[in-house]
Design a protein around this ligand. Structure first.
Ligand code: MIC
Ligand code: SF4
Length: 644
């Protein structure tokens, strides 16, 4: 049978289930990655499952999210991660080595393999031909122990690229165009495959930028072929031996074909407050800008940074603008330093930030109140920058650098500056000294646990009957950042009782207290929400902390993939309304009951919730596989695997 690239990779890793669209399949995972924000819980759960060593070909633990060490918590977490990695055979990437997705692409990504990462932008690896998927930390822990990863056998859309990017049109604009076409919702269960004659004009880091923001469309992953361009990139990284060709068979089938002419792509922006709110730079031209941030796992490659340095060379950052630049990896930063590009940035007045997530997640560099911030990152959800009323636009590094100089949105095609057509280097500077690789001697390492390292919380088995109390009725597109605020709060990530105090902090500061009181009164807490509940981050704390607060069900119009899987892993039932109009009839404080709750879920029947205030019967669907139903009724995956 003729196969596309996605089918080739998935069928060669298929270990359970039938390869039938829409059904659940279990695949072998070759590589895993974790980052510090989700990693501590992933390794705590790995330990709680009694696993002795990793069974993957490669597992890497990156420290890139919380590198600002205000107080002891983050330093404790870094030490825990370093020692736990040493003990179980995981490669540890020290803080300062760079952002997980950029570094993984440079040093480890391997065409034709599977990568599972506890971060929603893991699909960046698709740029080098990996089926790279984001998941909750518990799923990654299971995969590290040799367990399968379960996902829906996907629909595959081909993005047929033709033409070539014109000067000042970038990979970022390609993916913003894709966001305009596919939007940020309705793409659950889809994998994108890029193909066509235009592919060869894109470098691996450009492909990675495009694959990275597939996360914002809600697709499971995006994959590029592995061709001569890939081979050259891997050779330049000293990894030619890891290269393998990967292409779709002639006549392979797709569920949908999207034609995209690269020559027609123009500079774009995602306007506040959604990556799907796409505008043309030409239409924003002239609007004043207060802050510019260049970096993140989307746009911080060598080429991106050298391009920015070329634009800034001999120019000064406008007095009204604060410019921060975070090169994506130590490799990029070292090369910039040796090439003199770093000097150009410093001369221009840019502030050099650590090679880490930093500004992207609101850890620092928050804009001023109401400030307009242009960022090269991938998410501009309200308040993510750390400033609630900031107006964040997502743009290419080229547009960002120009705006830093002019102090306003500037259509680069009209700026009268020659386009710096930077080429990929023939050889990257390879220095792996910031990785601590596993060794027999390190196996005896004692795991460090400071006071910030808690225990993964436990759940009860699913109750026979639901005595539900609605704690909040939230709207559409609730992100995991709304549920579990990031930024400064992330330092509590290894301590669930402490982090749980901030659930829905920005929407409803009383949420935590109400839940604790309601739980103490014997209720089962319920969250009600609109469409695409749980967009964004893979942060499993957005399920784990509500679980700690006694939440047993989320009833929504629809769910995003990673979050729905996390809810199941922590024993919270994701229910969808059969009749979406029922959403309007529910109020916070309502009591929702269901006598045969456990039996209905265990048997895969529809669930009927009775609203005691209105007397209405609300029909819900809990469309899960047998495996997922068993996890839910056990009260979560940890209970199931540890037999509690
Ligand atoms: C993000 O970009 O939102 C994060 C922070 O990288 C998250 C992971 C996390 O919550 O730690 C993600 O994308 O999964
Ligand atoms: Fe880090 Fe931002 Fe990328 Fe998330 S999106 S991994 S916070 S750089």
């Amino acid at each position: 049978m003729k196969q596309n690239i996605v089918e080739k990779i998935l069928t060669s890793h298929l270990k359970e289930g039938e390869f039938i669209k829409g059904s659940e399949i279990g695949i072998r995972i070759d590589q895993t990655l974790t980052q510090d924000a989700t990693g501590t819980m992933a390794y705590l759960q790995f330990e709680a499952m009694g696993l002795k060593e990793i069974k993957t070909d490669l597992s890497v633990s990156y420290v890139d999210h919380n590198t600002v060490q205000v107080g002891f918590e983050n330093s404790d977490d870094h030490k825990y991660l370093q020692t736990v990695a040493a003990r179980y055979g995981v490669v540890y990437s020290r803080p300062g080595n760079g952002i997980c997705h950029q570094v993984h692409l440079e040093r480890f990504g391997k065409p034709g393999t599977t990568l599972l990462g506890s971060d929603s932008h893991t699909p960046t690896g698709g740029g080098i031909g990996q089926v790279a998927i984001g998941a909750g930390g518990l799923d990654v822990a299971v995969a590290m122990g040799g367990g399968l990863f379960y996902t829906t056998c996907p629909k595959v859309y081909l993005v047929n690229l033709t033409g070539e990017l014109q000067p000042w049109a970038t990979a970022k604009d390609v993916v913003l165009k894709m966001l305009e076409i596919l939007t940020t919702k309705g793409n659950v269960g889809v994998m994108l495959e890029y193909g066509g004659k235009g592919v060869k004009s894109l470098s691996v880091p450009q492909r990675a930028t495009i694959a990275n923001m597939g996360a914002e469309m809600g697709v499971t992953c995006s994959v590029f072929p592995s061709d001569n361009v890939t081979k050259k990139f891997m050779k330049a990284q000293g990894r030619e031996a890891d290269w393998a060709e990967l292409k779709a068979d002639r006549g392979a089938r797709y569920d949908r074909v999207i034609d995209l002419d690269l020559s027609a792509v123009e500079p774009m922006a995602a306007a506040p407050h959604s990556p799907g709110n796409i505008k043309k730079i030409a239409d924003l031209d002239g609007q004043p800008v207060d802050q510019v941030c260049i970096g993140s796992c989307t746009n911080s490659s060598y080429r991106d940074m050298i391009t920015v340095a070329e634009i800034l060379k001999g120019r000064r950052v406008a007095q009204s603008v604060s410019l921060g630049i975070a090169p994506g990896s130590r490799q990029v930063l070292q090369m910039m330093a040796r090439k003199g590009a770093l000097a150009n940035l410093l001369d221009s007045g840019a502030r050099i930030l650590e090679s880490a997530c930093g500004f992207c997640i609101g850890n620092h560099f928050s804009p001023k109140s109401g400030g307009v911030s242009l960022r090269t990152s991938n998410r501009n959800f309200e308040a993510r920058s750390g400033t609630k009323d900031a107006q964040v636009y997502l743009v290419s590094p080229e547009v960002a650098a120009l705006a830093a100089v002019t102090g306003k949105f500037t259509d680069p095609r009209k700026a009268g500056i020659p386009y710096p057509a930077v080429k990929e280097p023939a050889a990257f500077l390879v220095d792996d000294s910031m990785f601590i690789k596993p060794s027999p001697e390190l196996k005896g390492t004692e795991v460090f646990r400071g006071p910030n390292i808690g225990e993964p919380p436990k759940n009860d088995r699913m109750p026979e009957a639901l005595k539900g109390a609605v704690m909040i009725v939230a709207g559409d597109k609730i992100t995991t950042d709304h549920i579990m605020p990031a930024g400064a709060r992330l330092k509590y990530r290894s301590n669930v009782p402490a982090y749980a105090k901030y659930v829905f902090e920005n929407l409803d500061p009383e949420f935590h207290k109400r839940c604790m009181d309601s739980k103490a009164a014997g209720n089962h807490n319920v969250i009600v929400a609109g469409e695409s509940y749980g967009q964004g981050s893979s942060r499993e704390h957005a399920a784990m902390c509500p679980m700690y607060l006694g939440v047993k069900a989320v009833v929504a119009k629809s769910f995003e993939r990673i979050h729905a899987a996390n809810l199941i892993n922590f024993g919270i039932a994701p229910l969808t309304f059969k009749n979406q109009a029922d959403y309007e009839t529910i109020k916070a404080g309502d009591k929702l009951s269901c006598g045969d709750w456990r039996a209905a879920i265990a048997e895969g029947r529809p669930v009927t919730l009775k609203n005691e205030r209105t007397g209405a019967a609300i029909e819900c669907v809990c469309a899960l596989s047998g495996r997922q139903r068993a996890i839910l009724t056990a009260g979560g995956l940890l209970n199931q695997t540890t037999g509690k």
